[in-house]
Design a protein around this ligand. Structure first.
Ligand code: BEZ
Length: 211
């Protein structure tokens, strides 16, 4: 079953390199990123896991727990992690789910049989503290993901969870934002007393709120 934005992220228990987890319990009140890899001991995945390990502090700073998955068992992940530490310069510092029976992969529709009927695609799910899915991404096996973009989307999601704003194309933290389309001008005036710039009535631009 495919997972859509706004759905509750399916719960599961699974073995990981950090011990057995119950997913919702493991997430607790944090944001979460669940991301899949086609297979252990593959080159692009090796670079991706090294990169996430290298920028793990950026996820921590945002209150986001990260967890990886591939359809190999935990003992295979553990052997692979030694290679990742050796070649990428940072040990893997987050759990990796072992999923040889593809239980979690199937639950999250991470296998796309017309692309490959045994390996997972590169899926990403960003999950809010209320366990709703806020972002899904699907990349092909041949393209490593841009984790700076995933951090950027998390920044936007966390900002728009706190304020009635949206973020424009190519926004990055600190840039101007857009007043949410659902707010009338009267409601917007209450929330943005310094006013806004409106090249069109439906395009109302304000500085990014700072809190
Ligand atoms: C990789 O991670 O390099 C990879 C994995 C599966 C298929 C192709 C590439």
């Amino acid at each position: 079953m495919s997972i859509r934005l706004g759905d509750t992220a399916p719960d599961f228990t699974a073995p990981t390199t950090h011990g057995e987890i119950s997913f919702h319990e493991w997430l607790g009140d944090s944001w979460g990123v669940l991301f899949s890899h086609p297979k252990d001991f593959t080159p692009v995945c090796t670079t991706e896991l090294g990169e996430v390990a290298r920028i793990k502090a950026e996820f921590d700073r945002r209150g986001v727990k990260v967890i990886g998955l591939s359809v190999d068992p935990v003992d295979s992940h553990e052997t692979w992690e030694a290679d990742i530490a050796e070649t990428q310069g940072t040990p893997v510092n987050f759990p990796m789910i072992g999923d040889p029976e593809r239980r979690v992969a199937d639950l999250y529709d991470m296998i796309h049989p017309n692309a490959n009927d045994t390996l997972t695609v590169r899926s990403v799910f960003v999950i809010a503290p209320d366990k709703t899915v806020k972002l899904t991404l699907t990349y092909p096996a041949s393209t490593g993901r841009n984790f700076d973009e995933i951090l950027r989307v998390i920044d936007s999601l966390q900002l728009t969870a706190r304020h009635k704003v949206a973020t424009p194309a190519n926004w990055s933290p600190g840039n101007d934002v857009i007043i949410g389309a659902g707010l009338s001008d009267d409601e917007a005036a209450e929330l943005f007393p310094n006013g806004w710039v409106a090249p069109k009535p439906y395009l109302r631009i304000v500085p990014q709120p700072t809190d």
